[in-house]
Design a protein around this ligand. Structure first.
Ligand SMILES: [Zn+2]
Length: 405
């Protein structure tokens, strides 16, 4: 212990603070010369006395009697303060045998544990009872995802990756509090715990996960107003130990340079109170945002899915804007006049060529259709011919819209 603590000046402060909290005993503590208004001994006094110190007897007995408890404590401390583990640390601490194959399995909670509410989680494992991003008592960061309200986090289509909305209920989110913790875990490539509560269900510790990307996008705050929010891309991993992570995850971590992918720059929602622009200008910006791809990125399928997930709202919004609230099929037999509860026209935004067949997420190859025309395009016997003509329509309307002043 001395070699590790001795490395930095002031390392005796925590050594002494533990004693004040009755987690640590120091032989002959009463005879040491104190400083700082009696709060702690001088380093010189500690060096001179070189006292024996350690866990209180009861704790010591418990830990020496029960290797499971010892492993749980050591595992938590190592993951919290020494992750990733420096080579040789376990040997130096004499923990190799105790922790062999056990660092992660000794940790509690275990993946899959279920609780009826946040209070029972906190009663069992400590930590804050309300915050969405907060550590448990063992100090390891934990994120909670409740499948209701504005914080419904989603799996990114076609993957098991998770788009997790950051911390901050209303107003533009900032990198502080929970988001600061997320940024730190992202930079340090550390695993956190992901808890999920399905709609009407219970909280359960679903998986360990690492953060491979940070995005910024427009979303609706709890006050109903549009604001910029952070979205963290979480990838499930089998355990907090890096050697258990699939190559795909390691690759994703290596490709992440920590920069924020800002999907909120090109265009802002009409209601966000920014300088109003014409519909055509707005369309051009949305189309540009949709086209913008993560430049210089290896086009691995997962990455393409992530890009698509964040870009497609801009493409959809552009198509809706271009449609003017009407089915874009020029041979439409009659668009329904009825509106949705929200007062929106009944329209389905469709990729004219299916995504799986190379369709792009850009408005010139997408179209807004009424449910009838959508069904004809999907299931009608003339669907091949219809697709061709819809493609021509979409391109022409895109052109006209993009060039108008
Ligand atoms: Zn139609």
């Amino acid at each position: 212990m001395a070699t590790y603590l001795g490395a930095s000046r002031g390392a005796h402060y925590p050594f002494w603070a533990l004693r004040r909290n009755h987690l640590w005993e120091v032989d002959g503590a009463d005879e040491l010369e104190l400083t700082s208004g009696g709060r702690r001994p001088t380093l010189a006094a500690l060096d001179a006395a070189d006292p024996l110190a350690g866990l209180p007897k009861e704790d010591f007995n418990l830990v020496s009697r029960d290797p499971e408890i010892a492993a749980r404590i050591a595992g938590s401390l190592l993951l919290r303060f020494f992750d990733p583990l420096p080579v040789g640390l376990l040997d130096a601490l004499g923990l190799t045998d105790l922790l062999a194959g056990r660092i992660d399995t000794s940790l509690r909670p275990r993946v899959g544990e279920t609780f009826s509410n946040r209070d029972t989680v906190a009663d069992a494992y400590g930590g804050n009872r309300v915050l969405g991003i907060t550590p448990l008592a063992d100090g390891i960061l934990t994120v909670y995802s409740d499948e209701k309200g504005p914080y419904a986090d989603t799996r990114i289509d076609g993957t098991n990756w998770i788009a997790y909305t950051g911390d901050g209920l209303s107003g533009d989110q900032q990198i502080r509090n929970g988001n600061r913790s997320m940024a730190r875990y992202q930079a340090e490539q550390r695993a956190l715990r992901y808890w999920h509560k399905p709609y009407g269900g219970q909280w359960h510790f679903e998986t360990w996960a690492v953060i491979v990307e940070c995005h910024r996008r427009w979303g609706r705050g709890e006050d109903g107003k549009m604001r910029r929010e952070y979205v963290w891309v979480l990838v499930p991993v089998p355990s907090p130990l890096r050697e258990t992570w699939p190559q795909e995850v390691i690759d994703a971590l290596n490709e992440d340079d920590g920069s924020v992918h800002d999907d909120s720059l090109d265009v802002s929602p009409k209601e966000a109170g920014e300088t109003p622009v014409s519909d055509c200008e707005r369309y051009r910006r949305l189309a540009a945002a949709a086209r913008r791809t993560g430049s210089g990125r290896t086009q691995r399928s997962r990455r393409v899915q992530v890009d698509r997930y964040f870009r497609s709202p801009a493409a959809r919004e552009a198509v809706i804007l271009r449609s003017g609230g009407r089915c874009e099929n020029s041979s439409c037999a009659g668009h329904p006049t009825e509106l949705t509860d929200a007062g929106a026209p009944i329209l389905e935004v469709d990729h004219i060529n299916d995504l799986g067949r190379g369709g792009e997420d850009v408005p010139e190859t997408m179209i807004a259709l009424c449910p009838n025309c959508h069904a004809l395009k999907t299931r009608g016997s003339n669907r091949q011919g219809l697709r061709m003509s819809l493609l021509t329509i979409a391109r022409a309307r895109h052109q006209a819209f993009a060039e108008q002043e």
